[in-house]
Design a protein around this ligand. Structure first.
Ligand code: F6R
Ligand code: MG
Ligand code: MG
Length: 370
């Protein structure tokens, strides 16, 4: 049986400031998805990561389904109406158009989806981040699918011993390239270290993996560049990712292990600062300190006949306490730099923030030097 797993998110309003999606908005979205369940979609789960409303939908319509996107759009629209009624902050922020025109892409919401033939058992992990950008997934995806110090299976499991293929997008030039790892590892790292420009879009099993179909992604990441779509700063494009695991693919523990390192990501206050990515349970996905620090949550599901079993709140494990503690220490250290780089983003990346407006005010005061 072919099942499509779609994770679709949008910031359509929150309490207080860019902080947390309240229950009322989740209920609005649920009412739309409940209506579609058993008809156009198999199943759904609604949650939030900070100020982002997250819809997880299973169906048999394949990727980029107009029908499914319209359902998601209507769920965001209904939540927006509620947000406006309650006077929430940023109501309807990521719905950049008044009307749905067949494809949700380019309209604001972020999407990570994959179609796969159900195996005997299908563990699927949905990662959701707030106050950061899609490139924040580069380091963990590299570790999960290419680093033998993270993923023991790359060494020990004959099914995945030959490695994985990474599809990397250059979001500045709108180009893409496939890297066959481990052979292309160093070439790939030369690019994906520049995570604001080169983003991992998908990871595939290799042709000779007997347990997994090389046409079906093992991981997919949302890469919509909201600030570019809107042409002005409307918040970072807080990303989502879907990862399938086990039985010839990385194990659950190998998929979660990279998040023990609170990597520095860009986002945080005004989408303009580097800060540590803190893995938290859903209830702690409520960033307040300097509007952060950036958060990552993960929900683990089993998918059976298109239905969602679970989820488990993967980062609720105390084994991630140390990562959180380190994130606090790194937050203090980075915050002490105030407006100085590398806490504040490098100049090129400030282009899509509110800084150019400030620069405009003082530009006329510059004089040429001899
Ligand atoms: C970052 C974010 C917040 C806002 C900040 C200012 O992604 O959403 O840090 O940028 O709270 O928001 P405004 O300009 O709406 O007052
Ligand atoms: Mg917001
Ligand atoms: Mg957000």
């Amino acid at each position: 049986m072919e099942t499509t797993f779609s994770a679709i998110k949008a910031d359509v309003g929150s309490v207080a400031g860019h902080h947390v999606v309240p229950e009322e908005l989740e209920e609005s979205a649920i009412s739309v998805l409940e209506e579609a369940k058993g008809k156009d979609i198999f199943d759904y789960f609604v949650t939030h990561c900070g100020d982002d409303l997250e819809l997880i939908i299973t169906h048999d319509k394949g990727e980029e389904s107009e029908e499914v996107y319209e359902i998601a759009w209507n769920a965001f629209l209904k939540a927006t109406e509620k947000a406006k009624e309650l006077g929430l902050y940023g109501a309807g922020q990521d719905l950049l158009s008044d009307a749905f025109s067949g494809n949700i892409k380019g309209l604001g919401p972020g999407i990570a989806e994959m179609e796969f033939k159900e195996r005997k058992s299908n563990p699927v992990f949905t990662f959701m981040m707030d106050k950061t950008e899609p490139g924040a997934f580069n380091l963990p995806m590299y570790k999960i699918f290419a680093d033998p110090f993270n993923t023991a299976g790359l060494v020990l499991d004959p099914n995945m011993h030959s490695g994985f293929v990474f599809e990397v997008w250059d979001i500045k030039e709108s180009k893409k390239i496939n890297f066959y790892c481990p052979d292309d590892l160093y070439d790939m790292l030369a690019l994906i270290g520049a995570k604001s420009r080169y983003v991992i879009k998908r990871a595939y099993p290799k042709e000779d993996n007997p347990k997994a179909n090389p046409q079906e992604p093992a991981a997919v990441i949302s890469t919509e560049k909201l600030s570019h779509i809107a042409g002005e700063y409307v918040g970072k494009d807080d990303p989502v990712a879907v990862v399938r695991g086990q039985s010839g693919l990385p194990a659950a523990g190998e998929i979660l292990e990279p998040f023990t390192h609170p990597e520095l990501v860009s986002g945080w206050m005004k989408g303009s600062h580097n800060g540590p990515l803190m893995p938290v349970p859903v209830e702690d996905a409520a960033p307040t300190r300097f509007d952060g620090p950036p958060r990552a949550i993960c929900l683990g599901f089993q998918v059976k006949d298109g239905m969602l079993i679970g989820p488990v709140d993967s980062f609720a494990d105390p084994a991630f306490d140390k990562a959180r503690e380190k994130a606090h220490q790194v937050s203090d250290y980075m915050r002490a730099h105030g407006p100085f780089e590398p806490h504040r983003l490098p100049e090129e990346e400030m282009e899509y923030t509110t800084l150019p407006d400030v620069m405009e005010k003082i530009n006329h005061r510059f004089e040429d030097m001899d």
